[in-house]
Design a binder for this molecule. Sequence first.
Ligand SMILES: Nc1ccn([C@@H]2O[C@H](COP(=O)(O)OP(=O)(O)OP(=O)(O)O)[C@@H](O)[C@H]2O)c(=O)n1
Ligand SMILES: C[C@](O)(CO)[C@H](O)COP(=O)(O)O
Length: 231
Amino acid sequence: MTAQLNPRGDVAVLVPAAGAGVRLGPGRPKALRLLAGEPLLVHAVRRLAAAPSVHTIVVAAPASEVTAVRELLAPVAPVIVVPGGAERQASVAAALAAVPDGPTIVLVHDAARALTPPELVESVAAAVRDGCAAVIPVLPVVDTIKEVGAGEVVLGTVDRSALRAVQTPQGFRRAVLTAAHAAAGDPLTDDAGLVEKQGVPVSCVPGSEYALKITRPFDLALAEHLLTAAG
Ligand SMILES: Nc1ccn([C@@H]2O[C@H](COP(=O)(O)OP(=O)(O)OP(=O)(O)O)[C@@H](O)[C@H]2O)c(=O)n1
Ligand SMILES: C[C@](O)(CO)[C@H](O)COP(=O)(O)O
């Protein structure tokens, strides 16, 4: 089977899915944990494949699970599966190296954000298509933020008006992301951070509550509830 979704699409999506999920607690690698009876990765890939702009999906799987992930995703969508690395950044770099010629826009999307709607994928891709070099979906910070010092003593209250909580998919002109990874040093937590280090402007679009990152057991319970409520 060809690994193309929409041959006329201009977007490749990289899906880092090689993390252990330590904060979720003991068990299989997080992307393979079940949400409503299906692995998180299946939920994530199904939604990515439903976005009309997507030409190619490359998944970075836990190295010991590459064959199992290929078999798992075969009925869901045509995908390329590569072994991930020890850090998220290495997993993204491995997936980026496997993108075929064609797509001019590359999105990076956590498998852990399993309920991200296809509409968010399209809105990030559209912002890149419209001229942004790099685009991140964001939400306002809803809690008061304190800076604390030794002994958890409060040093001050941070002005949150300029703070944003960052989600994925993060979108890039392909050459911009490739150059940022080629120049990467110590691992950063997201790809926009690498691009920022290159002096490239990063633009924001509105994120989605459904793009929550399933990190802790509460997040998994919340995602189960959201799926059930959606019918
Ligand atoms: N070496 C790694 C680490 C993380 N990821 C992926 O990056 C995404 C965001 O990472 P996070 O949600 O923090 O996942 P984990 O690293 O698995 O979480 P934890 O820190 O709790 O172990 C996830 O889809 C995860 O699978 C990856 O591909 N390769
Ligand atoms: C990429 C990311 O999901 C954006 O919020 C996040 O930075 C991943 O970081 P984590 O430290 O692995 O949760």
